[in-house]
Every structure is written in structure tokens, then in C-alpha cells.
Design a protein around this ligand. Structure first.
Ligand code: PMP
Length: 355
């Protein structure tokens, strides 16, 4: 039976990425060695790193003055590195979910971390609007896509200070204006590569303004100076990332990807809104994520939740159980998920309704 992979992360990657990673692990481009067993300073790996960085620049149209880093520690490491490197006294955070809360908690270790708004009052089912930013904040941190709750900020905000964005679960899903951000970071395990790796796009001129000493390994300037090779980088995830980036380019780039993502999400949201057995957890359409689509059984059919999960699993749907803090279901529709998988889930919902 064909499996339709809706996991939230680690999650579906293009078959191209998995096949080429497997090949490179066995024998990198016919050199008779695995990508895992060559020096990160070898000409072969240097070429992999350079191509991966330049493809990110090309695909996201990264302006001059920015650097692209591949660091270990996942996105969570960035919760600490961002305030360590940027917070002099005060930073503003938008609290849109558990990951945003974790970033905020970490920042509070370094100074005054101000929660400018929160959607916790309604279990993070919307994106707060109309909040005020403290003019003296060193930066403003947002989480553009809230993986657990299915909300997304899909525009590039204009703010009068450095904007820092955790884009773990929507990076590469839509074209964006990188110049609006001081730092964009994300764990690789949704739209790019195996977990453990973080991608960071950083504007160099925001660095060097804090007084505190920064441990070498946590100092962005050190990683920039060393071309993301200060220490041994996670070579296999970077090699995988390169495959996904080549795949993205071949598919027509991020604009083409966005079109498909919009279409996939619209199909599924339409079915959730139409089918009397289901309801979306995010009411305001403008806040609905294109990447993680969260839905519940309507009150009338609540007791059928486990039945639906079993029914869907019998039809090859994998990873659609909602996160424990929301319940219900979550279908993650990352770049690599084909339209046919979304259609298969919709057919499953329709069949269940009939049954
Ligand atoms: N931010 C967001 C939005 C996430 O979805 C996740 C992981 N699901 C993280 C941060 C944490 O990433 P990591 O596990 O790579 O540290």
C-alpha cells in the first residue's frame, strides 16, 4: 500500500533527496568513498558546502551582506544563540505557540524578554495583531509557522528594528523578502534535510553590538568568518540539503513550490470546511498555515476520532494524529508532499463520512 506521509517533522523529503543521499553515503560521485568518511575540508565536501550555500542564495534571492550558515543543534540552539549575540538589554517576542514560548524563555536568561502579544488565551489558534513593539527593543522575534497549532504569518513584516524569524516549518515554502530580516533560522527537518541541522541566514551588520563575552561556538561571527566550518559541520545533513535544494531549483524554484502549496492547502481546507464531521482549529483563514493543517472532529462526531485515525491508517495515511496539545488531526503538507497524497486524504475523509 502506498504510504502518504503527513508527519510534522522529521517529515517527508523528496525521493530525489533520499535516493541521492543513499548513493552518496555508499559512494560519493564515484570517488570510491562515502560522503560520511571524507574530510569536511576536502575539495569534494567544500564543493558541497559552497553549492548548498549558493543555491539558498539563489532560491531565496538573498541580498548582499548576508551569510548562510549550517550549524548543529537544530532550531532550539538558535533560541539561545539569537539572544546571546543580539540582546543588549531588551528584546520583543511574539508568542504564537510552544516553540515561540521556548524561544522567549531562553531569551529571558539574557535580559528583558518582552512578550508583546500572545494567542495562548485560545490555545494559540490565531496570530495576534495590533500589538505595539517597544521602540528600544534590540530585536523582534517571530515564529512564522506554528507547527503544532497550524497558524502562519505569511507576509514579511515591516518593523522598525531587527526582525528575527524562526522559519523551521515554512522556510522554502514561499518566496520572501530576506532583506526584511536580520536573522532567519530553521531546523532542517521539515522542508530540507534530516534533523539536527539548522540553516541560518544572517545579516552581518547586526552583530558585534553586545557587551557580553560569547562562547566561541555560539558566536555567529566565528561561524561567518570560518564559512560555517569553524567545527566539523553535520556533513550528511548538509549533503542531503544540497539534494533538496537541487530538487527545488529543478521544480521551478520557490515561486513554483508556493503555487502547489497554496493549491494543496486550499483543497484540504475546503474539505475540512465542507465535511460536517470535521472542523478546522484555526478559524481566521488569513492565519491558516499552508504547511500544517490542523483539524478536529466536530462535537457531534467527537467519539469517532480514534475510528477515523484507524480508518485513515488503513488507507495508508501516516502521521496525521494531532499534537497532544491540540488533539484531533494534523496533516503536514510540506514541499515534498505530492498533491495526490492530499487528494488521498480528502477521499479518505469523504469515504469516512459516507460510512
Ligand atoms: N521551531 C519550530 C517552529 C519547530 O517546529 C521546531 C521543531 N518541530 C523547533 C523550533 C525545534 O526544532 P529542533 O527540534 O530542530 O530544535
Amino acid at each position: 500500500m502506498k504510504k502518504h506521509n503527513f508527519y510534522a517533522g522529521p517529515s517527508i523529503l523528496p525521493a530525489y533527496t533520499i535516493e541521492n543521499t543513499a548513493k552518496g553515503i555508499l559512494d560519493l560521485d564515484g570517488i570510491g568513498l562515502s560522503v560520511m568518511e571524507i574530510s569536511h575540508r576536502s575539495k569534494e565536501f567544500m564543493a558541497i558546502m559552497e553549492e548548498a550555500q549558493s543555491l539558498i542564495s539563489e532560491l531565496l534571492e538573498v541580498p548582499q551582506g548576508y551569510h548562510i550558515l549550517f550549524l548543529g543543534g537544530g532550531a532550539s540552539m538558535q533560541f539561545c544563540m539569537v539572544p546571546y549575540n543580539l540582546m543588549q538589554k531588551k528584546a520583543a517576542y511574539l508568542n504564537t505557540g510552544s516553540w515561540a514560548s521556548k524561544a522567549l524563555k531562553e531569551a529571558a536568561l539574557f535580559g528583558k524578554a518582552i512578550e508583546v502579544a500572545s494567542s495562548k488565551d485560545r490555545n494559540f489558534s490565531y496570530i495576534p495583531k495590533g500589538y505595539e513593539l517597544p521602540a528600544d527593543a534590540d530585536y523582534f522575534h517571530i515564529t512564522t509557522n506554528n507547527t503544532i497549532y497550524g497558524t502562519e504569518i505569511r507576509e514579511d513584516l515591516d518593523v522598525p528594528m531587527t526582525l528575527v524569524a524562526d522559519m523551521s516549518s515554512d522556510i522554502f515554502s514561499r518566496p520572501m523578502d530576506v532583506s526584511k530580516y536580520g536573522i532567519i533560522y530553521g531546523g532542517a527537518q521539515k522542508n530540507l534535510a534530516p534533523s539536527g541541522l539548522a540553516v541560518i541566514i544572517i545579516r552581518e551588520d547586526i552583530l558585534g553590538q553586545v557587551d557580553r563575552p560569547i562562547p566561541t561556538i555560539l558566536d555567529y561571527r566565528i561561524h561567518i568568518k570560518n564559512g560555517s566550518m569553524f567545527n566539523t559541520p553535520p556533513v550528511v545533513p548538509i549533503f542531503s540539503a544540497l539534494q533538496t535544494l537541487r530538487w527545488l531549483k529543478d521544480k521551478g524554484g520557490i515561486g513554483a513550490m508556493e503555487k502547489i502549496n497554496v493549491e494543496k492547502a486550499a483543497l484540504l481546507y475546503d474539505e475540512i470546511d465542507r465535511n460536517p464531521m470535521f472542523k478546522c482549529t484555526v478559524e481566521d483563514e488569513a492565519d491558516r498555515s499552508l504547511m500544517n493543517i490542523c483539524f478536529l472532529m466536530t462535537d457531534e462526531y467527537q467519539e469517532l476520532e480514534a475510528d477515523f485515525l484507524a480508518f485513515a491508517s488503513g488507507r495508508g495515511m501516516v502521521g496525521i494524529k494531532g499534537h497532544r496539545s491540540v488533539g484531533g488531526f494534523r496533516a503536514s503538507t510540506y514541499n515534498a508532499l505530492a498533491r495526490e497524497s492530499v487528494v488521498a486524504l480528502i477521499d479518505t475523509m469523504k469515504e469516512f463520512e459516507k460510512k
